[in-house]
Design a protein. Sequence first.
Length: 464
Amino acid sequence: MKLYNTLSKKIEEFISHEEGIVKMYTCGPTVYHFAHIGNLRTYIAEDVLERSLHYLGYQVERVMNITDVGHLTSDSDSGEDKMLKGAKREHKSVLEIADMYTEAFKQDCEKLNILWPDTVVKATSQIDAYIQVIQTLLEKGYAYVSGGNVYFDTSKLKDYYKLTNHKEDDMVVGVREGVEYDEAKRNQADFALWFTKSKFEDQELKWDSPWGVGYPGWHIECSCISMKYLGEYLDIHCGGVDNIFPHHTNEIAQSEAYLGHDWCKYWFHVEHLNDIHGKMAKSSGEFKTVSLLEEKGYDPLAYRYFCLGSHYRKTLTFTYESLDTAQNAYKKLKNKIKSLSREPDLHESKIDYYQEKFKEAINDDLNTSMMLTVLYDMLKDKELTDFTKLYLTEDFDKVLALNLIDEEKEVNIDEEYINKKIEERNEAKKNKDFALADQIRDELLKDNIKLIDTREGTKFEVIE
Ligand code: AMP
Ligand code: ZN
């Protein structure tokens, strides 16, 4: 697979640290509000990445955090905690809104067919891990205590800016939004690992630490959760482009200083979704959520289709007109697939050809619009039987996840045939040919017929 790597700034051949296994970390949502459809563009692209890796035969171990503490309104060290701001807005506790918006995010993911990662970790559940890593960073001389907070000393690294095009000068106060002069810092690029002193004294969640009662910085959360659940060598770290600096830059600084070696090989960043006002945000313009699209009559998967139509490394501008176009095309595509005959008539000759084409699209830095083109070309191919088209559509949909074949599977209940199969299976069991017995059971299961062995004999049940 070929992927663009923000670290090398090149499209590179992807080679996982351990053969056949991919360790993938995704920065999760800050659960102070609903996710907007811009956030979800990033999660859709990450989902396509995970599904593509599965398609190519990798086993993917994926971890995501839920940011429920430490993310300030500026991505740097100033501003109010976003969670606290959300809780005040809704007259609820931080934990209440964290649970509520985590659940809402999960539902959005379900609607958009975004796979929920195997391991999802709340930032507030890992305080001991942050304290341990911060302590080690202090012992190794990468961190210092000043003005009540613990800071990471960026001057101790050979190349703090290796992920980004930022220069040290950019950290001069006033050049970048959100960078405020902080006299406690040795270098203005340094960042907080642990806060005990915040300008906002009413921080709701605080924990004991060797440096006083306080709370972790946002960046240390992702470093620690990733290292704890995925180990010392990470294959792919994902997020939106706004995460490159300072968030991911700081994650690299902390993790590599702690581990003493390189940490994550590939950095996958998704460009922003804009609307006509500019970058989509929760605070300005119409707050566009999946629920809002549904209220306006859109199928969430039409939004997924809209996203797949453009490359993840290009900014995408959202308008309702372009979503209309996507929804119409998506409906037409589904109707076309629905009209295909279900007559079982599989022609194997061109299956490999189209699967190779589909893989080429994956290998081309996750070229989703090319994946769709392969699908359309295949559906137009007069040499293919309808059944072969259905077979390939189902296969490509493992990556596209557009529910292209979502009709109920027709279940043919031919009792005579099933009873014959049950007899054959009994015979096989009598002859101790358990492999054959299992094969008969599995074949029936594929047709949604489940065998149940009871004392009175084998019965069957149709799975809905
Ligand atoms: P947050 O909940 O703010 O921590 O963001 C969740 C994810 O959405 C992060 O990976 C961000 O980089 C990403 N993100 C934020 N804004 C946008 C946008 N307008 N378009 C695409 N992704 C975004
Ligand atoms: Zn993160």
